[in-house]
Design a protein around this ligand. Structure first.
Ligand code: DCP
Ligand code: CA
Length: 602
């Protein structure tokens, strides 16, 4: 390789020219500075040994009990007391038990035929059972709800089953103005009015707020993290310390109310918050001050950074013959962009501790819900499919009904059954999901059984190795809570006296056929889950038969989705624009240019 950019020269802190921005009254008093707010504070909070903690709490065990969660023969979660015996997720269950004879191994709950709920059975077998993660989903939702309740003005973005990003910028801003009223007003004698810098910040007491990552020169001087009367603190440090205080309180509340310990990282953006959240685990929090960012990032192998781990990381390492963030800092923006495309700006910025991605609550509404099972023993007789259909139906019933607790009008448009033979592409059949009052296992299994019959097409034998059952087109019905309930109520009145015993399971009606037209009239708009705007058909488009109106609304929705797609593409800093289903070849072409090729699955 003859690259001129063998990045071995020493990076300087000039690469980090935004670490001590001058903060003015305008910054403080502006309502919406978004991702460029110099007082921005973000946290990532992750639960410790999450599945193991869920099982420990379910079983009401002492936190010191060494416990692991297993799925068939593998370990999927290891509690911290079990880690003390040298057990890790890589161990097989037998080896783990050798390391710790008192180890409690709990097998993840499973669904089995004939049971409506998943359970902890003694006869678990991958040939007859299916894993259930429902307990973990529910517990995860409880934790997320506690974040939201504690921070009505914060933004919470669930990042995985046990992690969430929290944007503390607003709650911290409120606290700053309340605690330091003297900065809430621009002083009359301020030289530049609202653009005058804030007065020096108060000293900060970091005691009990967590581990504060220190710049090398202070760290090597052996000072403690609560040294803060160094006179060098900034208002951003004050903001971090307030966020740390709020985060600590929320973590304590989660622990005392739900029993989970968590670990958090607190910094100026998502990337840095995530990076320092695991600095010290379990049950602790870490604060990365701006002044400590360069020393923290420089020695880091850049391939450990999310998004720089895969093909792109390999390509960067090869191109410049380097391994750490510090090494890569000597590569100019022009150089990176010429090799990796315009979008590679985010790589350049990440290396400098800059990340402008927003913390944004993803829609709680998933468009589909899928239960699947890879069969260790293929289905040969079509009639043997029924047991798996009931198991998958039980999972979908539980998940839909869980989701309907907070979204009572959530409704699947269709039910889809996929089946695969070996490595052949899967075949599927779908149907409109019946409109019933209660979505029970029986309702789902009956609908799925019909699909199974169509799919297997009366064959004498099949050879099916994987079955999936899904709800698609899940939406909060456009009719709104009132009209859907109203619809059921009138139906119920008519039906209860006639068919009390079966009404729960009986499809009442299929929406396409018999919903009164008036219910459709309301379905002339939708709320975009991205921009949260209500997008409506024009008045002249909202007339006609229900099918025509629904069709126009679907077109409008798709056009609106395209608008967001175009915007994502224009603003993309990470090259990973979500590709909507049915994307055109034109989109694919744009995407595969530049940095995107490092993210596309071949
Ligand atoms: N998980 C899994 N399979 C994996 C990794 C994780 O099923 N290969 C599940 C079990 C974990 C949960 O996801 O409990 C969260 O994953 P984490 O990586 O956050 O790991 P833990 O929470 O278990 O441990 P830590 O305390 O290190 O975060
Ligand atoms: Ca975790």
């Amino acid at each position: 390789m003859n690259s001129p950019w063998k990045g071995k020269a020493k990076a300087t802190n000039q690469d980090y020219d935004d670490l001590r921005p001058t903060i003015t009254y305008r910054h403080l008093l502006s309502n919406n500075l978004g991702v460029r707010d110099p007082l921005r504070v973000v946290a990532l909070c992750d639960s410790d040994a999450f599945y193991a903690a869920c099982e420990r709490i379910r079983l009401e065990l002492d936190p010191s009990v060494p416990i692991v969660v297993q799925q068939w023969e593998s370990l999927i979660a290891v509690s911290y007391p079990a880690r003390e015996f040298g057990i890790s997720r890589m161990d097989k269950i037998k080896d783990a038990k050798k390391k710790c004879p008192n180890l409690l191994a709990v097998h993840v709950a499973t669904y089995k035929e004939g049971e409506k709920e998943p359970g902890y059975w003694t006869d678990i077998d991958t040939r007859t059972h299916k894993v259930s993660l429902d307990l973990y989903r529910r517990e995860s939702n409880k934790i997320i709800s506690m974040f939201k309740e504690a921070l009505p003005t914060g933004e919470v973005e669930k990042a995985s089953i046990d992690e969430a990003f929290i944007d503390f910028t607003r709650p911290v801003r409120e606290q700053l103005l309340e605690r330091y009223p003297y900065i809430a007003q621009v002083p009359v004698d301020a030289p530049n009015g609202i653009d005058s810098p804030l007065p020096p910040p108060p000293p900060i007491k970091w005691d009990d707020l967590g581990t504060v990552i220190l710049p090398e020169e202070i760290d090597s001087a052996g000072e403690q993290s609560n040294i803060e009367v160094d006179g060098d603190a900034t208002w951003h440090d004050v903001a971090l310390s307030i966020a740390a205080e709020l985060m600590r309180k929320i973590r304590e509340d989660i622990h005392s109310k739900l029993g989970y310990t968590t670990s958090a990282g607190i910094a100026r953006n998502k990337f840095l918050a995530k990076l320092c959240a695991s600095y010290k685990k379990p049950n602790s929090q870490t604060i990365l001050r701006n002044r400590a960012i360069p020393d923290y990032l420089h020695p880091l192998p850049f391939q450990k950074i999310r998004f720089l781990g895969g093909k792109l990381g390999d390509a960067l390492a090869k191109e410049y013959d380097v391994s750490t963030v510090g090494d890569l800092l000597t590569v100019s923006l022009d150089e990176i962009q010429s090799k990796f495309g315009e979008n590679a700006l985010w790589v350049y910025e990440f290396l400098r501790g800059i990340d402008r991605t927003e913390v944004k609550e993803k829609s709680a509404l998933f468009k589909s819900m899928l239960a699947s099972k890879n069969l260790p023993k293929p289905i040969i007789q079509p009639s043997d499919g029924h047991q798996w259909i009931r198991i998958l139906a039980a999972e979908l019933a539980l998940r839909l009904n869980d989701a309907r607790v907070s979204m009572p009008t959530l409704w699947p448009k269709s039910i889809v059954l996929h089946a695969r033979k070996g490595y052949e592409t899967s075949r599927s059949k779908q149907a409109t999901f019946p409109f019933v009052r209660n979505v029970t296992v029986d309702v789902i299994a009956t609908a799925a059984d019909k699909l199974w019959k169509d799919l297997t097409d009366d064959a004498k034998t099949v050879n099916i190795t994987s079955v999936q059952l899904a709800f698609t087109g899940l939406e909060k019905t456009e009719m709104g809570q009132k009209s859907i309930e109203g619809f059921f109520t009138t139906r119920d009145v008519q039906q209860t006296s006639l068919k009390r015993s079966r009404e729960d399971d009986e499809p009442l009606v299929s929406p396409e056929k018999t919903l009164p037209t008036s219910s459709y009239v309301e379905a002339v708009s939708f709320k975009c889950t991205r921009c949260r705007k209500t997008i409506a058909l024009r008045e002249d488009q909202a007339t006609g038969g229900p099918n025509e109106v629904a069709q126009r609304l679907a077109t409008l929705r798709s056009e609106h989705g395209d608008f967001h797609f175009a915007q994502d593409l224009a603003h993309s800093t990470d090259g990973s624009v979500p590709v909507p289903r049915g994307s055109s070849s034109k989109r694919k072409k744009v995407e595969s240019e530049g940095i995107a090729k490092f993210f596309i699955k071949k």
